[in-house]
Design a protein around this ligand. Structure first.
Ligand code: NAP
Length: 488
């Protein structure tokens, strides 16, 4: 997906839902051409929504049993005569077989619900192709983003948005009205030239997730390699010890928290950079560079991936004592201590370190879970802006601080132990602290009253060096105009 596409959020378009000019249309007769999966689900949903449905099939006798009894199943030509709005639930390659119906279709609205098998499969969209075959009809593109399953499962389930476009405003309004009565949210995507974009939407594979997934994978590979060198290659080279068994669990489990922690800080770093830019230029009206814009748009996905890695880390950690290697090591240590006649193995400092380490880890995971849950659209929609921003911004930042405490208690004094510097490489956790600590420090600085006030003024529209017009009364009582800096 290109940067330009990313700038067009699905929800950013005008919803027709709240349009007062739309009136309920239940009771009207709707035609459906085709008797396949989509046609059947559509007919069921239309009937349930109070519409009369007439289905046009090449073989009505054979297909009638598949439709609800309230829907009339007849020959294609008969069906289209009975209605002005016809859903064409037929694949593009079969559109030309409908040309025999051209005379009876004159002046009618055709709803193109078709999808392609590849992005930008044809030069012209399916809807434009249908319009070229039936120039005396008005074609509306819509309903292709909802599946037959969503249509059947009703308004409670699945995606509720129906993207609609057409060159004819009246026809678009009629189809939007039908969608709304069916329990969907019609979204106006403009004129027919948007049809290709609408047809591509169901074919896109996680477009908003590509960059965050590559980022997480990149971080995982880097930290994994680093940990592998420290935990497996170093003991092999220095002591000829085979520690390969550590790869599937231990190395992975030391890598996951690093990725989770750095990813969490990367959720807040673009906000810090944006604030720096606003402070530097003294305005909020200057566009951020594209990379920062993209980064800001992907924060939710980055945060969710951070939560995913943190949850995996928790499960892995929970399973550590189950490993055979762990049991052997425990027994080995116990035997050694028995041989050395060591009775008291309690190390108070270690006990406290571990208690605090686990406790803050659980709290951090709890907060991350809260952030993840509230980023789900259904939950986010039930929160007002203040609640949402409190959870995502304030609690999120607290989660970052607590994760930092978790990391610091893990390291404790080991950063100062020279044995920890395998091949002169510092322990992994010291590297992970770099970005999060920078973010925390920056946030603390931004909260200093002098900086916070300036930032708040900028975000309310104040600009450095902006001149405002003022008007002064002259000695003669007339008014003269001049300019002053709003800085003053
Ligand atoms: P389908 O089960 O294969 O049904 C296609 C129907 O087209 C057939 O049942 C047939 O009905 C009719 N048809 C008319 N002329 C035809 C011809 N010359 N050759 C073959 N069939 C002909 O397909 P579908 O899944 O319902 O999909 C129909 C349209 O909806 C497609 O454009 C698809 O992209 C779109 N769509 C489907 C879904 C989905 O979830 N299935 C979702 C979004 C969009 P008669 O034999 O009764 O004439």
């Amino acid at each position: 997906m290109s940067g330009r596409d990313m700038a067009k959020p699905l929800l950013g378009h005008r919803t027709i839902e709240g349009d007062p000019s739309i009136t309920p249309a239940a009771g009207r007769t709707i035609g459906v051409l085709g008797s396949g999966d989509f046609a059947r689900s559509l007919a069921i949903r239309l009937v349930c929504s109070g519409f009369k449905v007439v289905v046009g099939s090449r073989n009505p006798r054979r297909k009638a049993g598949l439709f609800p009894s309230a829907a009339e199943v007849t020959l294609q030509a008969e069906a289209v005569k009975k209605t002005d709005v016809i859903f064409v639930a037929v694949f593009r390659e079969h559109y030309s077989t409908l040309c025999d119906l051209a005379d009876v279709l004159v002046g009618k609205i055709l709803v193109d619900v078709s999808n392609n098998t590849e992005i930008n499969h044809h030069k012209e969209s399916n809807a434009e192709y249908l319009a070229s075959l039936f120039p005396a009809c008005t074609v509306v593109k819509g309903f292709n983003v909802v599946s037959a399953w969503t249509l059947q499962s009703g308004a409670r389930d699945g995606n509720k948005q129906v993207l609609i476009c057409s060159d004819n405003q009246e026809a678009k309004r009629t189809v939007a009205e039908i969608a709304q009565v069916m329990g969907f949210t019609p979204v106006d995507m403009g004129c027919m030239s948007s049809a290709s974009e609408i047809e591509n939407i169901p074919l896109r594979l996680l477009p908003a997730w590509k960059i965050p997934i590559f980022l997480a994978l990149g971080l995982f590979i880097c930290f994994f390699t680093y940990n592998l060198i420290r935990q497996v290659i170093h003991p092999y080279i220095r002591e000829q010890k085979n520690k390969l068994y550590k790869i599937p669990i231990e190395v992975v489990n030391t890598t996951l928290p690093c990725v989770a922690y750095v990813m969490l800080s990367l959720v807040y770093l673009p906000g810090v950079l944006a604030a720096c830019s606003q402070l530097y230029y003294g305005t909020k009206y200057r566009r951020f560079p594209d990379w920062l814009d993209q980064w800001l748009q992907h924060r939710k996905q980055i945060g969710l991936l951070s939560f995913f890695c943190a949850a995996l880390h928790a499960v892995y950690s929970f399973c550590l004592p189950m490993r055979r290697s762990h049991r052997y090591q425990l027994i080995e240590t116990a035997v050694k201590q028995a041989v050395e006649k060591k009775m008291n193995i309690w190390v108070e400092e270690e006990v406290w370190r571990m208690e605090i380490y686990i406790s803050v880890g659980i709290i951090a995971l709890g907060l991350l879970s809260l952030l993840a849950i509230t980023s789900l659209p259904s939950i986010a929609n039930s929160l007002n802006w203040r609640e949402f921003s409190f959870i995502q911004s304030t609690l999120g930042f607290i989660a970052l601080v607590i994760s930092t405490l978790h990391t610091l208690t893990y390291g404790w004094s080991r950063a100062f132990d020279e044995n920890q510097y395998k091949f002169y490489l510092p322990p992994t956790y010291t590297l992970t602290l770099l970005v999060p600590c920078t973010v925390i420090l920056a946030k603390v600085i931004f909260n200093l009253p002098c900086i916070q006030q300036r930032l708040q003024r900028i975000r309310r529209g104040w600009e450095k060096g902006r001149y405002v017009k003022f008007v002064l009364p002259s000695a003669t009582g007339e008014y003269s105009s001049g300019e002053t800096s709003s800085n003053v």
